[in-house]
Design a protein around this ligand. Structure first.
Ligand code: ADP
Ligand code: MG
Length: 280
């Protein structure tokens, strides 16, 4: 079985039980940032909403397996059979691979009571993701079985929050969940790599208070800076036809892509991920 000590890839579960905080936006844009820096990234979509695949311009093929079949099969390394291309241009398409989801993944929750079922995503990835530098697992907006499989498979969790009480409380809940449940998830070494703040709008009173006082007081050094602002170009890139990396959008696209790159560098530092510029 591949363990963090043997496997090259580092697996990160991106989670928060609150929907709309931007887990998928962070997943997709961090994948883009790491690809721009020359890393090979697998995006594992653990959410029946399939937003990550769509935003990566992936064309679903009903004849091919998805993460749902991989989990159900419960064979070591079987996730590799479901790996799929994204529809973004090069160099992103060369460096980002998708383990796509479909709505059927919701049915894997019915198997939660089966002994050891929480280990199934990790088992499906073991051996299949060795050649990636990084695996980003986009979680659904809950702490249920799908997120638990992701946390069981991961080396690290990252919480994404919008700077409002509900987002903050979701992030705190994830942190507590990791500490309290990691043994039950058969993953005692699971750690929170940090907390990312997304969708900041300083014109909103609650946001500016949280950004300046509430969040730094609560999370301190565990914050992964810089904060990501609310920017229409992020939505526009995601909803473009076809969807494209935000850097390729005009206007604020490159500036926003640079903010994601700064976050990617900070996260890399925290998890001991070497970026090519730092290698040799
Ligand atoms: N920083 C941002 N600026 C503008 N829109 C954003 C930002 N982050 C996310 N969004 C948009 O907000 C919506 C919810 O984000 P999403 O990534 O789907 O959240 P989650 O995966 O946590 O449910 C999406 O339409 C997404 O494009
Ligand atoms: Mg999402």
């Amino acid at each position: 079985m591949s363990t963090p000590g043997h496997r090259r890839s580092k697996r990160i579960a991106i989670a928060n039980n609150k929907g709309g905080s931007g887990k998928t936006a962070i997943t997709v844009n961090l994948a883009a940032a790491y690809a721009e820096q020359g890393l090979d990234v697998l995006v594992a979509e653990m959410d029946p909403q399939t937003n990550a695949g769509r935003r990566l311009a992936h064309q679903p093929d009903p004849a091919r397996p998805t993460i749902s079949e991989a989990i159900k099969a419960d064979q070591q390394g079987c996730a590799g059979d479901a790996f799929a291309d994204i529809g973004w241009p090069e160099p992103y398409s060369d460096r980002i691979t998708l383990l796509p989801s479909r709505d059927d993944v919701e049915n894997r929750v019915l198997e939660a009571a089966e002994l050891g079922s929480v280990l199934r995503l990790g088992n499906a990835l073991d051996g299949a993701d060795d050649d990636f530098d990084l695996v980003l697992i986009d979680c659904p907006p809950n702490l249920g079985h799908l997120t638990q499989m992701a946390l069981s498979a991961a080396d690290y969790a990252v919480a994404v929050m919008d700077p409002e009480l509900d987002g903050i409380s979701g992030a705190l809940k994830l942190g507590g969940f990791v500490t309290e449940k990691r043994r039950l998830l058969h993953n005692p070494n699971l750690a929170v790599a940090g907390y990312i703040v997304n969708r900041l709008d300083m014109r909103v009173g609650a946001h500016s208070f949280q950004a300046e006082e509430g969040i730094p007081d609560e999370f301190g050094d565990a914050l992964i800076l810089p904060y990501i602002n609310e920017r229409a170009v992020i939505k526009d890139a995601a909803d473009n036809a076809p969807p494209v990396p935000v850097r390729l959008m005009g206007g604020r696209g490159p500036e926003v892509a640079d903010a994601f790159k700064a976050v990617s560098k900070e996260l890399a530092k925290r998890i001991g991920l070497k970026l090519p510029a730092e290698v040799g």
